[in-house]
Design a protein around this ligand. Structure first.
Ligand SMILES: [Zn+2]
Length: 417
């Protein structure tokens, strides 16, 4: 059968594919995946059907119907997988950015009714149309950066109606544009304002009894913010264990500002990813490493934007055998950036990742972090044809051009977008 879409003469074709295939890349595997010099990639419909060097191309399958893209002098790589965003929210927090620059801390702003709770007020007050328009605006921005799959969390509703509304808005946004979305319920972002006096235990009871059963058809993952001022370790454990009973896959925000032990706890419950990890201890990193399918999602733009000195120990995590991914954590408070290329560079500069490791961290390992590695994240026959043509000659220039967008063309499911 003829190829429908064919990329030829790629100076470097970054497959980001290499053994093992049944779990995320870790240790030396994170940088030993295959690069093809002078490569081609062939697609049929929405799938990749062949990858190799130009000498191996089967010319018999190139016909008048084949759309051919000449990639001379350029890099071809998988579409970016953005595995941690808070996509749907009302308004923005530019005013709090001013307060931060004047010296106030994230937790001080949170304690004074700002932070997450100010976005909760704006989100509850926004109409579905306003929330959808903002989400579509942000998705268009992600698409320009070459993001082809994206995880979207709720967490700015914190009541029954708004949390479900945020999921419905995210599903509608998914229908209206080409980036594929993965849906996460983060109703346990902080304790809802109505439960401030009753406390985290009562709020977790409410979520488990009412919100999680109702949200199950709309969300694949449940996430919790395990942190001082949010949810303590034992409440987080109880919540995640019960969510798993309801059929949800698990994620956690943990060790962002303090070491409460959330990452290791969640890994032991079978979490697909443990996110932030800035304060993850060496002992707990070993406990996470004992679960080779749990991905540590590193979010380097968050400490940058919050002006914190402490970054996740990416180098040590890799050396300890923990699979790592990198994401923006796009949200209105601690990372209003959609630039995953910048996150990749800052992961190299501040967390000790090397370029090949960082590239795997925003593609195949990010796909593992949202349980989509069977579909996306690498250029391999059988996977979805989510492909980026980059305007750079080799991979070393990807993290080097700090903050630049190297994307020239984006293809999702074999279609240019
Ligand atoms: Zn987050």
């Amino acid at each position: 059968m003829a190829y429908s879409l064919l990329f030829t003469n790629a100076r470097q074709l970054l497959t980001v594919a290499g053994p093992p295939t049944d779990r995320p890349l870790a240790g030396e595997g994170l940088s030993s995946w295959r690069i093809i010099e002078n490569g081609y990639l062939a697609c049929q419909g929405e799938r990749i059907v062949a990858v190799g060097s130009m000498g191996e191309l089967d010319r018999a399958r190139v016909t008048a119907e084949t759309i051919e893209i000449d990639c001379t002098g350029r890099v071809l790589m998988p579409g970016l997988v953005e595995c941690h965003t808070h996509l749907v929210f009302g308004a923005n927090r530019a005013h709090e950015f001013q307060r931060k620059l004047a010296g106030e801390s994230y937790l001080e702003i949170l304690a004074s009714g700002g932070g997450i709770l100010s976005t909760v007020r704006a989100t509850r007050a926004a109409s579905d149309e306003e929330l959808l328009a903002a989400a579509l605006h942000h998705l268009a921005g992600f698409r320009r950066y070459g993001v082809t799959t994206l995880e979207a969390k709720t967490g700015y509703g914190l009541d029954f109606d708004t949390e479900l509304r945020l999921l419905r808005v995210a599903h509608e946004a998914a229908r209206r544009q080409p980036i594929r979305l993965v849906h996460t319920l983060l109703a346990a972002h902080v304790v809802g304002p109505e439960y401030k006096a009753a406390g985290p235990g009562a709020y977790v009871d409410f979520l488990l009894e009412q919100v999680l059963p109702a949200a199950r058809p709309l969300a694949e993952f449940v996430d919790v913010f395990c942190e001082e001022g949010a949810f303590p370790l034992e409440e987080s454990r109880r919540y995640l264990a019960a969510a798993r009973q309801l059929g949800y896959k698990l994620k956690i925000h943990a060790e962002q500002l303090h070491d409460l032990g959330g990452c290791a706890m969640a890994a032991e419950l079978g979490a697909i990813s443990v996110d932030h990890c800035d304060y993850l201890s060496e002992a707990d990193a070993r406990r996470v490493a004992a679960h080779p399918r749990t991905v540590a999602v590193l979010l380097p733009l968050v400490p940058l934007f919050l002006r914190q000195e402490k970054y996740a120990p990416g180098r040590q995590l890799i050396d300890a055998g923990v699979p790592v991914a990198v994401s923006t954590d796009f949200n209105p408070g601690s990372c209003p950036s959609k630039n995953l290329w910048l996150a990749l560079s800052v992961a190299c500069l501040k967390m000790g990742l090397r370029p090949l490791e960082a590239i795997a961290a925003v593609t195949v390992n990010a796909a593992w972090a949202i349980d989509r590695a069977h579909e996306v994240g690498s250029l391999q026959a059988g996977k979805r044809a989510d492909v980026l043509l980059l305007n750079v000659p080799d991979y070393t220039q990807i993290p080097y051009w700090l903050g630049e967008n190297p994307v020239e063309r984006v293809f999702i499911g074999g279609q240019e977008v």
